[in-house]
Write a protein that binds this ligand. Structure first.
Ligand code: PMV
Length: 303
């Protein structure tokens, strides 16, 4: 029997990087998806995706598995499952839209054959084994869908989101989340006081943004996203290409910032019907590959 699981990508509305140091973050699932199907197979694991098709015995050293297939192999190995895995993703990799988390969540959901029990742990263990110390925020929102606040004690589903459209622009560069996280660690080491002050501001922004989400106040939510961008630029994770797109889209939207690890990757701007198309135009004129996306409310689906 074949089991099919689909998980959404994500955008971080507030709090990336600072979340690693306990501030919390607000994330939304987006209507871009990775689908993983699994069919039982004798004696081996076969993994097929846009990167090709590979076969392995259970217990194969992960170093011998091509990087993009490692998390899925990790999950199959942990569960002791010989299986034929097909990965089909519309989420571009390496630009902060949650392609790895969506893949891990969908793979764990398909292999466990369920929507919730054990999926978060299996997906997060695979991400941490392959990509280092992920906070878990991406994994949590790809699993849950909607908008969440992710914090020290787990994730809390927030209401709203129907009014939110994000204009998304890729700067064209793939980024490495572990390298960006490491660069922030060194920045914090150089100026612990300044970093803690920024964390305190992010906590405040997150608290205010929750109220803005509750009342559907896009003007306030966007202003908080733009404030967050200043703090992200202050710790060095924005770059010239992103700065240019942020500046252009902040003029036409409710607010704009990078999303995810930065240093390449994407800019998001908060829009609605009144300013979506002029914001997409502004992003393109500033050099971004831009599109609009809405919030996914389903999270992981398994059938
Ligand atoms: O991999 P990305 O680009 O979605 O970034 C993840 C967000 C970080 O806060 C930078 C790291 C983390 O694990 O939360």
């Amino acid at each position: 029997m074949t089991i099919v699981a689909t998980a959404p990508g994500k955008a971080i509305l507030l709090g990336e990087h600072f979340v690693v140091y306990g501030t919390g973050a607000i994330l939304c699932a987006i209507q871009m998806y990775t689908t993983v199907s699994v069919t039982p197979l004798d004696a081996k694991v076969r993994i097929s995706s846009r990167y090709g098709s590979d076969e392995f015995q259970l217990g194969t050293n992960l170093d011998q598995v091509p990087p993009h297939h490692r998390p899925v192999m990790h999950i199959a190995d942990e569960l002791g499952l010989t299986t034929d895995v097909n990965i089909d993703s519309e989420i571009p990799p390496g630009i902060g839209l949650g392609s790895s988390s969506a893949c891990c969540v969908a793979a764990a959901g398909a292999m466990l054959g369920c929507k919730r029990d054990g999926v978060m742990d299996a997906a997060l263990r695979a991400e941490r084994r392959v990509f280092g110390g992920a906070s878990g925020a991406d994994t949590a929102v790809c699993l849950a869908g909607g908008i969440i606040e992710f914090g020290k004690s787990g994730s809390e589903q927030l209401g709203g989101g129907d009014e939110i459209t994000l204009a998304v622009a890729s700067t064209g560069g793939e980024h490495s989340t572990p390298m960006a996280v490491e660069a922030v660690r060194r920045t914090r080491e150089r100026d612990a006081g300044g970093f803690e002050a920024a964390c305190e501001q992010v906590r405040g922004l997150i608290g205010d943004a929750r109220s803005a989400l509750d009342s559907g106040d896009l003007v306030s939510l966007g202003a908080h996203m733009s404030q967050n961008q200043k703090l992200l630029a202050g710790i060095g994770v924005s770059d010239v290409a992103a700065d240019k797109i942020v500046a252009a889209s902040a003029r036409t939207s409710y607010g704009a910032k990078i999303t995810g690890a930065g240093a390449g990757g994407c800019v998001i701007a908060l829009v609605d019907d009144s300013n979506e198309s002029k914001t997409l135009d502004a992003m393109r004129a500033a050099g971004g590959e831009a599109f609009a996306v809405r919030v996914d409310h389903d999270g992981l689906r398994v059938s």
